[in-house]
Design a protein around this ligand. Structure first.
Ligand SMILES: *[C@@H]1O[C@H](CO)[C@@H](O)[C@H](O)[C@H]1NC(C)=O
Length: 199
């Protein structure tokens, strides 16, 4: 039933952009099919910020936010591994951040920023910032943005053992790096600037 609802919602979304604020995506079972595809209002990114809130009971690997392009399957990927690490990929380059506070059955907020000019990436977990790390990367163009599944090819190549099971809300994407003050407001559910590319 929930899967059906998701399908109905997806069909509706494909037709007209909708305001989904205050709503939630539910991924109720482990599959290699259920996914949410998001269409960005911009096709060429030289910087990205993504913020989302999620809850899960998965201790295995799982996707949180998967962006593929025709030339890079992990163009921009936020991925929780079975160990206490969040893998972050930009243009297929992997950067790892410790995520010791990633507890199951609890809502967490995750924000990540990347800027092609400096090549630096940073992760905010429940409002706490990581150090900045180098990932490099050039423009991300014609992105395929998918929630619920990790793309091993452009728009597909799903692996059931990397699927997301749980709920997700407040998914935002910007085509610039948000400053720490704005990210703090997002983490604390205050009045923040909604994503200009996805919200
Ligand atoms: C990168 O993206 C920016 C913003 O869309 C654009 O102005 C610029 O021309 C792009 N650079 C390249 C090398 O494609």
């Amino acid at each position: 039933m929930a899967f059906l609802l998701l399908l109905v919602m997806l069909t509706a979304c494909a037709a007209i952009p909708q305001d989904l604020s205050g709503k939630m995506f539910t991924f109720p079972e482990e599959t290699n099919t259920a996914n949410v595809r998001l269409k960005t209002s911009t096709q060429d990114f030289r910087a990205v910020t993504v913020c989302l809130r999620s809850i899960t009971d998965l201790s295995r690997d799982h996707n949180l936010f998967s962006v593929a392009t025709p030339s890079a399957q992990n163009a921009f990927l936020i991925f929780k591994t079975a160990s206490s690490v969040i893998d972050f990929f930009v243009s297929n380059k992997q950067v790892q951040f410790g995520a010791e506070d990633y507890k199951l059955n609890m809502w967490h907020s995750i924000c990540s920023t990347w800027d092609s000019k400096t090549g630096l990436v940073q992760l905010w977990f429940d409002g706490k910032s990581s150090i900045r790390k180098f990932a490099g990367g050039s423009n991300i163009t014609t992105p395929s943005v998918i929630l619920g599944q990790e793309q091993d090819s452009f728009g597909g190549g799903f692996d059931v053992k990397q699927s997301f099971v749980g709920m997700m809300s407040d998914v935002h994407m910007w085509d610039y790096t948000l400053n720490p003050y704005e990210i703090q407001k997002y983490a604390e559910h205050l009045n923040y600037t909604p994503g200009n590319v996805l919200n």
